[in-house]
Structure formats: structure tokens, C-alpha cells
Design a protein around this ligand. Sequence first.
Ligand code: HEC
Ligand code: HEC
Ligand code: HEC
Ligand code: HEC
Length: 473
Amino acid sequence: MQAKSKLALLIMLIALMLMAGASVFSLAAKRNVKPHQLMILFTGDDLGTNKSCGCHSTGDYGGIPRRANLLKKLRDAGNDILLLDVGDAVNGAGEYADIKARFFAAAFPYLKYDVCGVGEMEARYMKEFGTSTPFTNAITTISANVYDIATSKLLAPATYTIKETKNGLKVGVISVLSEALVDQYMQEKIGIKAKPVREALKQTLPEVRGKSDVVVLLFHGDLKTSRALAMEFPEIDIILDGHPTDPPLDKAEQIGNTILATTKSAGKYVGKIILDISADRKITKSAFESMPVDNTYPDDEEMVKLVAQNDKDLEDYYARMRTQYAQNSTDDRTQPRQPKPFVTVNKCRECHPAEFTAWSKTRHARSYNDLMKDSRASNPECVSCHTTGFKLQGGFTSIAETADLTQVQCEMCHGPGVIHSRRANKNYGAVSMNTCVQCHNRANSPRFDYATYRPKILHKPADPNAKPPSIGH
Ligand code: HEC
Ligand code: HEC
Ligand code: HEC
Ligand code: HEC
């Protein structure tokens, strides 16, 4: 090579190095920010819940119409906000999941979500419907490890994203799904799999760390793994854990330099982390709060309309399913000549008038009316516990078809009574705590306690002035 061209090459190389160096320096210099606070808000595990059920006055939290106003309030106060979802907004499979996904596809952009991670529900949906996001392209959907077994391609369009905040901070967000949640069924029947979480992080994290001031991991999986990841990957500043299998954390944990916080069930809370950011873009302080989405936040009108439309879609779907089921059924009991398994409270009343009177005074006897007040009397997600025999053979379907099976009647506790009503026998109708907790579950009846609830529904309540039972009656 000639001296001249050697020199030219050298000059070019130096110039290149200078350019590269300069860009690093200028990035650092230019990117000094004014010290400020960043508010990271996060949700997860909505599992298709669009509105709070109102089943318990003290735990009446959640719902998208309220969440919209909670977020609006925080935005109106001028906060610099990053809004994230940790996954499992969607629920179920097939057309049901599609109805749920359609709701969140409209709601999440309206609520101005910045990034959504992928839970096993989204993963399943994305594969089933051949889409790269359940939420439309208005929402950045990311996942670093769930892939389609047939094509070996990741389901989401990106493994991570970098969001620049109002104050010029670069926040890198990665989402991974616990491989334990993409089980054998998901692999064999749905055709998706998750790369080991640690492998995915080793591949993604260095790049994201290099480009970001703050790194957030959306981890959809158990708390134990979250804690381990915090130890093993100190480059992560914040881990937001969804799908908690353990009781969710009330406070954030500090593990080394990593902050760990969890979501709480069915969209009842919004997680809030406030970070104090210094001029050189470091986190100097953090505070966490789990905000209950309670009824102090009014319903957002747009979202109320969306919920109503979504509930209508769901009702139509169930109605179609019923017709289809009736047409295809080979089950003799669907034929009118066969006795129906449920005889209704009016039949029981004929022989048990005292029990009927007692039952009439309990809230079970007006449980359906409470739904009517709330105009959700035909919502399949509500009627299951507020009527008799929903989804069971010969049970409640709709007020038009089965008006006599509204309310929580005798047969919801004692079982279908057709045989007993024809030939009364003693061996019918044993009730245990298990009978109650099908409906009085943690979400809908948080204060349920068998010992205190049972006496309230007994048909022959103990008379406080009565003599001890040994005297007999
Ligand atoms: C898994 C069963 C279940 C489902 C599903 C369910 N509920 Fe309930 N609901 C209950 C139980 C149990 C109670 C009584 C709770 C208590 O007092 O401990 C209740 C109570 C209520 C009450 C009375 C609250 C009060 O204090 O007066 C309303 C209203 C209500 N539910 C509405 C709904 C709506 C609307 C839906 C659908 C979004 C729904 N429920 C879905 C089980 C359920
Ligand atoms: C034709 C009358 C008749 C009808 C209708 C009837 N029962 Fe009974 N039931 C009886 C008689 C009689 C006994 C007492 C049987 C005995 O002591 O041998 C009884 C007993 C019971 C018992 C107590 C069983 C026990 O362990 O002692 C329950 C619970 C019960 N009925 C619930 C119902 C319910 C719920 C309905 C409606 C689905 C119903 N019954 C309809 C006549 C009837
Ligand atoms: C089919 C679902 C269902 C079953 C089974 C059921 N409940 Fe309920 N229960 C409800 C619903 C729904 C309400 C709320 C009705 C309302 O106010 O709208 C309720 C309300 C109550 C209340 C009133 C709560 C209050 O604060 O006043 C008590 C007490 C109660 N149930 C006890 C029981 C017990 C005990 C059992 C089991 C032996 C039981 N329930 C089984 C659905 C059920
Ligand atoms: C919320 C659940 C629930 C509902 C609804 C209910 N029962 Fe009961 N019933 C019980 C429990 C609990 C007992 C007590 C015996 C036991 O623990 O098995 C009982 C006992 C009975 C007995 C035995 C005698 C007695 O009075 O203790 C009869 C008969 C009876 N029920 C009839 C009815 C009839 C008729 C209706 C509807 C009008 C009805 N029950 C609704 C829970 C229920």
C-alpha cells in the first residue's frame, strides 16, 4: 500500500474514532436533565375484568371507568408519567378471549398506556389469532421470550422498548414471561413456548442497559423468581411482578439496587412508584404505593359506554353458545319431556313454608334484584353467583327464558331437587362450607367467614332467649 493512501486511511480512522467518541461525549453532555420526579404507574392481571362487581362495599375496588379517572387526575396534576401493564389483561380462549381483547384494545390506548408486557393469556391469544399484539398497534407490546414453536419466531414485534419521558429520561422496558406459565398444554395444544427467562435477559439486558437511564423489567411470574432475578441481574433498576402466586407485596422490596413491586388482583389497584431523578439521570430516591381504585374516582363516561358494549357482546356470545349447545346436545335432559333438575323455590315452598319464609328474608332472595339495580342482570359474569343453576343443565339462562330461576334459591345450597320433591327423603341437601365458597370466594366476598355467615342464613335461627338445646324442641 502506498504511503499516501495509508495516511488517508489513518486520517479516516481517526476521524471515525473522533466521531464515535464525540457522540458519546455529546450524549452525556446534552443529556443532563433537570432534577425531577418520574411516576411509574403499573397494572396487571385484569383477567378480562372491565368493571368492579360491587360485591362487597368495603372491597369495592377496580374497573376501567374508574381507573381512567384515577389516571386522569394524576396526569392533570402535571406528573411525568410512564404507564405500564405487566400482562394478563386478556382472559380465556377463543371467541371469549377475543371479546375481552377487543375491550382492552380500545381501553388501553384511551388510558394512554405506554408499554404492555405479555402474560400467558396474551401469548395464547396472539398465537390463536395470529396477531403481534392483542391491543392494536397503538400500544407498544413487548416480550423477550415467548415464541411460536412452528416458526421459532418471537410472538411480539420487539423484545424491549426505550421510552423517552417528558423530562427527557430514557427508560428501557423489557418483558419476560415465566417459562413455568407456558406449560405442556400451551406447548402441545397452542404451540407456543417460552425461552428460559435468564437466557432471554442475558441476551437483551446489555443492549437495553447501554441505551437507557433506567431499566424496568416486567416479569410475569412468581415472586420467588422475581427476587432471584433482582439478585442475579443488578443492572435492572425496577422489577414489576405480575401473576403473583404468593400474596402480593404491600410494600416494595429493595434487593441490592433493585426495587421490586407487585400488582394486585383483577385490576383493583394501580401500583405507583415515584423516582427522584438527579441531573446526571440517576435514581436517588424511590417511593411505592399500591393505590386502590375505589369509588372516590367517578366513572369515565367513554369507558362506561365501552363496558356496556363489551358486556352486550359477551351476552350475545353466550346466547349463541346456548343455542348451539341445545341444537347439538345428545343429552336427554335437554328434551322438554324429561323432568328439569331444578324445581325452583316455589316447589320447595309447598312442603317447607317455614324455611321459605326464613329464606325470603335473606339477601340470597334478592341477589338478582341487586344486579338489576346495576343494569347487569344479564351479564354472564355476574349472574353465575346471583341466580340458580347458571351454566348447569336446566339452570338459569336469561330472565326471558327462566324467570323462575333468578336469585340464589334453595337448590343452590341443597342441590337440584327434582328427585327429592317427588319422593321426599332425608338424604337430600347436606350443606357444608364448600357449598358457600363457590360464590363467597376471596374476590367477591372478602369478609366471608363460615362461622359468622352461616347463622345468618339458617332457617331456624337460634333464639337468643332459648334454653340450651339439650331440652329439645
Ligand atoms: C363468584 C361469585 C360472584 C360473582 C361472579 C359475582 N358476585 Fe356479586 N356477590 C357475590 C357474593 C358472595 C356477594 C355477597 C358478599 C358478602 O356480603 O360477603 C355478592 C354481592 C353483590 C352485591 C351486593 C353488594 C352489597 O353490599 O349490597 C352486588 C350489587 C353484586 N354482588 C353485584 C355483582 C355484579 C355486578 C357482578 C358481575 C360483575 C357480580 N356481583 C359477580 C358473589 C358473586
Ligand atoms: C312434596 C313435599 C316436599 C317437597 C316438594 C320438598 N321437600 Fe324437602 N322434605 C320433605 C319432607 C317430608 C322431608 C323430611 C324427610 C324425612 O324426614 O324423612 C324433607 C326434608 C328436606 C331436607 C332435610 C333433609 C334432612 O337431612 O333432614 C331438606 C334440606 C329439604 N327437604 C330441602 C328441600 C328443598 C330445597 C326442596 C325444593 C327443591 C324440597 N325440600 C322440596 C318434603 C318435601
Ligand atoms: C350461588 C351462590 C351462593 C352460594 C352457594 C351461597 N351464597 Fe351467600 N350470597 C350470595 C350472593 C350473591 C349474596 C349477595 C346477595 C345480594 O345482596 O345481592 C350472598 C349473601 C350472603 C349473606 C349476606 C351477607 C351480609 O353481609 O348480609 C350471607 C350471610 C351469606 N350469603 C351466607 C352464605 C352461606 C353461609 C352459604 C353457604 C351455606 C352461602 N351464602 C352460599 C351467593 C351465594
Ligand atoms: C345459603 C344456603 C341455603 C339456602 C339458599 C337454603 N338453605 Fe336450607 N339449609 C341450609 C343450611 C346451612 C341448613 C342447616 C342444615 C345443614 O347444615 O345441613 C339448611 C337446612 C334446611 C332444612 C332442614 C331443616 C332446617 O330448617 O334446618 C330444610 C328443610 C331446608 N334447609 C330447606 C330449604 C328451602 C326450602 C330453601 C329455599 C326456600 C332453602 N333451604 C334454602 C342452607 C341453605
